[in-house]
Unconditional design. Structure first.
Length: 174
């Protein structure tokens, strides 16, 4: 058949229509994929943000708890010194004071235990600058070089975190 110029133009327009529609579908599909990708990225960013905030909040709480416990330790030291002094005294009138101090000490130690605070066993161990603070040395042939021979102030840990180092006296060779 002979196509007239009008027929040829109509055929060309109808041939262009699916191509235009297809490109619009492609564009819409790409836009949808981009929007979905942005949504997934935002969800991942928000999840990471939430985890970071939770971790920072937990760490801050642990920091404040450790700070409070560290401030509390000198009070326990004083109770233990008072208990040692009362136990060394021969006066029977101090028996009730001894009992009261023992109860206070027990409560303090239970509180520390509930908070996973553990004392550092320094006596007889080798000096470790990470957990011990040497405040004296003593020449001793009965002990190893660098052995802790006196625990002058007990140190404490919360898990692996050091709350307070032990103040110790260390043996040296003469």
């Amino acid at each position: 058949m002979n196509d007239t110029p009008v027929d040829q133009a109509a055929d060309a327009a109808s041939a262009d229509a699916p191509a235009t529609e297809m490109s619009e579908l492609d564009i819409l599909g790409r836009e949808r994929d981009d929007a979905q990708d942005r949504l997934l990225r935002l969800q991942a960013e928000f999840d990471n943000y939430r985890k970071r905030v939770e971790r920072e909040r937990r760490e801050l709480g642990e920091h404040f708890a450790a700070e409070l416990l560290t401030d509390f330790l000198p009070v326990l030291d004083d109770v233990e010194r008072a208990l040692t002094a009362v136990q060394a005294s021969p006066e029977p009138a101090l028996a009730s004071h001894r009992l009261g101090l023992e109860l206070i000490q027990k409560q303090f130690l239970e509180l520390l235990k509930r908070r996973q605070v553990a004392p550092i066993d320094a006596l007889g161990s080798d000096f470790d600058p990470n957990v011990h603070q040497a405040v004296g040395q003593e020449v001793s042939d009965a002990h190893r070089e660098g052995e802790v021979i006196e625990d002058m102030r007990r140190g404490y840990r919360v898990g692996e975190r050091l709350l307070r180092p032990s103040m110790v006296k260390v043996a040296t060779r003469g």
